[in-house]
Design a protein around this ligand. Structure first.
Ligand code: SF4
Length: 536
């Protein structure tokens, strides 16, 4: 059976997974995800047309966001659950197409087959054959599609906390509808990619409002990596309301809750750090989970993307919730974590183990609270340059670049970081500059808006554009949330970004030349060489 997927950085041979996904995605699962995408083009078309007639459809709005997020790397690997998404999409399309006027695109005329084998055949054909013959058009179509997937992840997090903005839904539908167009131009697609970046800035803004409104502004916080004796639940992913619900349900039970991976910044929020049994942080970034979970007597809960194939030695201790799913792994619905708590108790839990400390909680409110100090430090030469070394972590050895970069950065430079790429260097003690820590963890990838706000505030303080600031962006990418953040940075006109560890396989040579010429994007090189160039 054939498949083709090149949406993430770890794609096979840097060109595309065509036998099975490096992430563990099987061809039959890839086929169903390709059908879902095709159905989303249809639903976007229907919803866009309905909106032009003044009719909104809340059910489609929410479904589109959740279904797009379900196809992000490392989210849903479960054939049966994906099949249900296909059935639901077909039902929604059936209701919506009654309002359509004029000829419809082929995605709307598509009907999913009834049997599994037929469905897989349909998905295989759609995935491999349903691409434009012009590689630049294809590249931009995929850039837009992956940008929409990333934006859906942020929109879903905001939606869960009740925050939304109708212009975001409207853009999802407009862009998905456009992706039905048989012969789009490069200019049209570039324009939509930049608008996707713009809409994502708005999406991240409402997500920031949702998080800070619900949990308070993050505060600089020391997080312990010590293991306390007793039953333990380790929470991975990004969903703070899931963590909050679990903390409430474990109060007084004797079960300690630890964060993992992208959940580390949760410790900075007043609304979460107030729980004394939020005991600390466990492990490092997502790609080390098989090694780190093996043999650990804890229950593991995945709230969003980042799940890897659980080893047989610990699969019985893994739980998923929300949109995450892995075949054979228990799924928790409606935030009833009773089964996770019972599992943690039955396992007995950790023995006491020494650990260290990690710092987090430098969101925009905390950093801008000391803006005067920071501005003075720049003016008097104590701070020469800021580096934003942020993005995803991953398994490739080339990612050691980011550790070396931070180690070699001169002592009069400040490193801001976010997302799980920080685990390459957040254990390093790189000191402070006049009381300002040299390493500032802004938060999750979901907190990228904080970095934008900090950069905008600095540019106002220095009365210059962001590109004139003593600030360089050194990004590591892995999946589609990083793609949409890159589109947001391009929309904001930010130039000379260093991107690694490798460039996206779906970017064609001509589109890469366009990005280099217009935005000065460059692949990472040797850490010292990049430092010398950026500081010259
Ligand atoms: S998500 Fe990444 S690793 Fe998984 S199949 Fe696609 S390209 Fe391959």
């Amino acid at each position: 059976m054939k498949m083709f997927c090149y949406q993430c950085e770890q794609t096979a041979k840097g060109t595309g997974c065509n036998v099975s996904g490096v992430c563990g995605k099987k061809p039959e699962v890839a086929a169903l995800q390709d059908i879902i995408l095709h159905q989303l083009y249809a639903l976007g078309y229907c919803a866009h047309q309905k909106r032009q007639q003044g009719k909104k459809d809340d059910e489609i709005d929410r479904f589109v966001v959740e279904a797009l997020f379900s196809t992000v790397t490392n989210v849903n690997f479960d054939f049966e659950r994906l099949k249900q998404i296909i059935r639901n999409a077909d039902e929604l399309k059936g209701k919506a197409e009654k309002d359509l006027r004029g000829p419809v695109p082929k995605s709307v005329a598509f009907f999913p087959a009834q049997t599994d084998d037929e469905l897989i055949a349909q998905g295989t054909e759609l995935g491999i054959l349903n691409t434009h013959s012009n590689e630049d058009i294809r590249s931009l179509q995929h850039l837009l599609t992956y940008g929409l997937k990333g934006m859906a992840a942020y929109a879903d997090h905001a939606l869960i906390l009740g925050e939304t903005d109708d212009t975001i839904f409207s853009f999802f539908h407009e862009a998905l509808a456009f992706l039905n167009k048989p012969d789009p131009t490069v200019d049209e697609l570039v324009g939509l990619c930049l608008r996707c970046g713009e809409m994502n800035v708005r999406t991240m803004e409402i997500l920031d409002d949702a998080h800070t409104g619900h949990f308070g502004h993050p505060e600089p916080t020391q997080v312990s990596t010590v293991r306390k004796p007793g039953p333990a639940i380790v929470v991975s992913g990004h969903d703070l309301p899931d963590l909050e619900a679990l903390l409430k349900q474990t109060e007084g039970t004797g079960v300690n809750v630890y964060t993992h991976g992208e959940m580390l910044p949760a410790h900075g929020y007043p609304g979460l750090k107030k729980y004394p049994h939020l005991a600390g942080h466990f492990g490092t970034a997502w790609q080390n989970q098989q090694k780190e979970f093996d043999g650990a007597p804890a229950a593991f809960l995945f709230t969003t993307n980042c799940i890897q194939k659980p080893r047989s030695s610990y699969i019985d201790r893994v739980f998923t919730t929300g949109l995450v799913a892995w075949p054979g792994v228990s799924h928790v619905d409606k935030r009833d974590f009773t089964s996770v708590i019972e599992k943690a108790k039955a396992l007995g839990g950790f023995e006491a183990r020494e650990g260290g400390k990690l710092m987090t909680g430098f969101g925009h409110n905390a950093v801008l609270g000391v803006a005067d100090k920071v501005v003075d430090a720049v003016k008097n030469g104590a701070i020469r340059h800021f580096f934003l070394v942020g993005g995803c972590d991953g398994a490739k050895p080339g990612r050691n670049y980011y550790t070396e970069f931070v180690e070699k950065a001169p002592k009069d430079t400040v490193i801001m970081t976010l997302a799980c790429g920080k685990f390459r260097f957040n254990h390093l003690d790189i000191g402070d500059i006049g009381g300002i820590p040299r390493l500032l963890d802004i938060g999750q990838c979901n907190d990228s808006y904080s970095a934008i706000k900090i950069a905008q505030a600095l540019s106002e303080a220095f009365n210059c554009g962001i590109n004139e600031l003593p600030l360089s962006l050194i990004l590591s990418w892995y999946e589609q949330k990083a793609v949409v953040i890159l589109l947001s940075l391009l929309y904001l006109g930010i130039k000379n970004i260093r991107l690694g560890p490798t460039l996206p396989a779906f970017i064609s040579p001509n589109i890469l030349s366009f990005l280099v010429k217009n935005y000065g994007i460059a692949p990472i090189d040797e850490p010292q060489k990049d430092l010398d160039t950026l500081l010259s």
